[in-house]
Structures are given as C-alpha cells and as structure tokens.
Ligand binder design. Structure first.
Ligand SMILES: NC(=O)c1ccc[n+]([C@@H]2O[C@H](COP(=O)([O-])OP(=O)(O)OC[C@H]3O[C@@H](n4cnc5c(N)ncnc54)[C@H](OP(=O)(O)O)[C@@H]3O)[C@@H](O)[C@H]2O)c1
Length: 325
C-alpha cells in the first residue's frame, strides 16, 4: 500500500482508505461481526485512513470503530464529521453544538482528540458566512480536534472552503462519472496544499458494472430510499445519475475498459490524479476491501485510456448528473 500526504500540514495516509458509512446500516442491515471483519481486513491490507460521521447509524459506525481500535490497539487515522444531525442541519449551527457533537464523537471513538473533523455538507450560505471555520479553529485550540476539513457537494462550495486558513482537506464526490473537479477545484486545492479525499469512488457501486435493470436494494439501503434524492442530496446516491441510465453508462464504460474490471479502472483513474490524497471506497464484504486496496499497486492507466474516459464523460455522462455539482 502506497501512502500520500493528506494536506500540507497533515499526515501520511494510505492512498486507498475505507469509507465507513455502511457500518451505519445505510447499505442494508449489518452486524458488528461483519463490521469487525471489514475493519480487520482493512488493517491487514494497510488501509490506515477511515472515514466516518457522527450521524452514520446514529453513532453506530463511530462506536464500532472506536471499540475495534481500542480492543486491537491498531493505529488508524479516523476522520469524522459534524453538520448533518437534526441539532445542526440546516440552520442550527453553533460553537456549543459543534463542541457537544465532537465530545460525543470522542466518547464513541474512545479517543482524546479527533484526527480530522470535517464539516458534513453544511449549506453553502453557512460556508460563505465563514464563522463555522472560526469554531473549528477554536476546537483545535481546545485540543479537541487535531485538524479540520470540509466535505462538500459542489465545486463552488469547495472553492469557498479553500479560502479558509488551516483547512487540511476537502472531501468531494469524484469518480469517472463526476469529472468536473479536474478543471478548477483539484488544481486550486493542490496549489494551496489542501488534501483531496475522494468519496463515492465507485458511484455507490454503479462503477463496478455488475448491475442490470432487474437489480434491487433492501428498503434500508439509500440506493433504494434515496435513489432519486428523496431524503438527501441526490448526488450522494449513484453520483446523481438515474439508476437505469447509470447501468447503461457502466456498460459503455466497460467496453472502453476493454476487458479490465471496471471497478479497477475506476479506482485507478482517481488515483492517477496527483491532487488526490486518498480514495475512500465503501465496502460491504472483505473481498471488496482487498480488491480495492490492491489498486494502490497497479501502474497508472495509459494516456489513451484517460483520453477515452474523458471523452466518454463529456459526450455521454455529464448531462445526466443531477443535484449540486
Ligand atoms: N456527505 C459525505 O460526506 C459523504 C457522503 C457519502 C459518502 N461518504 C463517504 O464516502 C464513502 C464511500 O462512499 P459510498 O460507500 O457511498 O460509495 P462507493 O464507495 O462509491 O460505493 C460503495 C459500494 O461499492 C461497491 N463496491 C465496493 N468495492 C467493490 C469492489 N471491489 N467490487 C465491486 N463492488 C464494490 C459495494 O456495493 P454493494 O454494496 O452493492 O456490494 C459498496 O457498497 C462512505 O463510506 C463515506 O465514508 C461521505
């Protein structure tokens, strides 16, 4: 597993991390035994950067991570978030609320300090006002958090956050179906030394290219209950592409990948962008964790494949993306 620096003043992380939203049950029911298998496999593969949030499973994802790491003693950097609970979103943000949320996260994670606290898709207006970043710096002074970053929905929001001194990282939706960031946001983040954490690297699984129009998901799975943005930003589910369209696009992408597994090409494509510090694929099975970790050791895609994937995005994908982008 190769490592990269996360932000100029930050720390080194495995370039393949682990997304831990699934530990909250939003990809269908999950139990702690399975969660521990996923976490253990991640450690075995050298994945030492895990992304979670206070709201995933109402704290369950953080709690399982905290218990696992305490019992095993492994050293893993854990990034969590603040900003989407009912006590905060969309307009109840406060320093006190942020501090309380962080203390609760610390309890669940069984830590004295949060490695990286990310704003969790807070509204654009709140980001523009900027006060919320002063609170993050305040919690840093209080030693409750080591670093802060922001998870954002759009390029506009990313550019707003980049103006903030001390921002370590931006977490963005970046994958073969969401290439807009390449033009402006990634170069500016690199110039400012801000790390990029790429979420939804597989567009919620679409970019594994295994689904057919008959594929269904359990009721608790956001790929069922939020497939058209019914509950939160449509972009967080299938990267904002209608499922039936996305299945067809994945078939087209498979033809461009010319026999290579699409998930492999999709993840390698992201890592080929030097501005990216780490990708955080979610995984529901240990074999997926292993396959994703293995991408780190592959050579970059050749230039002609990069060009074909760019042309494909511009000609076929871009117009289908819904939601903030
Ligand atoms: N607002 C935010 O800040 C925000 C929002 C969303 C996500 N995130 C973070 O980003 C992480 C990743 O996003 P995500 O899990 O939503 O999307 P993702 O990583 O694009 O997709 C995860 C899904 O891809 C499939 N998959 C994973 N590895 C695979 C492999 N090797 N081969 C085939 N299929 C594979 C699995 O689908 P099956 O379940 O069908 O097997 C898995 O559930 C989350 O866990 C979370 O930490 C943050």
């Amino acid at each position: 597993m190769q490592t990269r620096q996360l932000g100029q003043s930050g720390f080194a992380v495995s370039e393949v991390g682990l997304g831990c939203w699934q530990l909250g049950g939003d990809f269908g029911p999950i139990n702690e035994v399975t969660a521990n298998e996923l976490l253990q496999t991640a450690v075995d593969c050298g994945i030492d950067f895990w992304d979670t949030a206070n709201v995933y499973g109402n704290g369950q994802s953080e709690a399982w991570i905290g218990k696992f790491l305490t019992l095993t003693g492994y050293s893993v950097r854990v990034a969590t978030k603040y900003g989407r609970g009912p006590d905060a979103f969309p307009d109840r943000y406060s320093l006190t609320g942020m501090r309380d949320s962080v203390r609760q996260s610390l309890d669940r994670l069984r830590r004295d300090r949060i490695d990286l606290l990310q704003l969790h898709c807070v509204p654009t207006e709140i980001l523009k006002r900027g006060e919320i970043f002063d609170w993050l710096r305040q919690l840093q002074d209080e030693q409750l958090i080591e670093h802060f970053g922001a998870s954002v929905e759009s390029v506009e929001e990313g550019l707003i956050c980049l103006q903030q001194p001390g921002l370590l990282s931006l977490q963005v939706i970046f994958n073969l179906f969401r290439q807009k960031l390449v033009d402006e946001l990634l170069p500016q983040a690199a110039e400012r030394g801000v790390g990029i954490i790429a979420r939804l690297p597989l567009a919620s699984g679409l970019l594994a290219g295994r689904w057919t129009p008959e594929t269904t998901f359990p009721p608790e799975d956001h790929r069922n209950y939020n497939r058209d943005g019914e509950h939160f930003n449509v972009g967080e589910t299938f990267a904002g592409i209608p499922l039936d369209v996305g299945i067809g696009l994945a078939e087209q992408a498979k033809r461009i990948a010319a026999g290579r597994p699409l998930a492999e090409v999709a993840l390698r494509w992201i890592l080929d962008h030097p501005a990216v510090s780490t990708i955080i694929p979610g995984a529901r099975r240990p074999d997926q964790v292993k396959a994703n970790a293995a991408i780190s050791n592959l050579t970059p895609l050749d230039d002609s494949l990069h060009r074909s994937l760019r042309d494909f995005y511009n000609a076929e994908v871009r117009r289908h993306i819904r939601g903030p982008y």
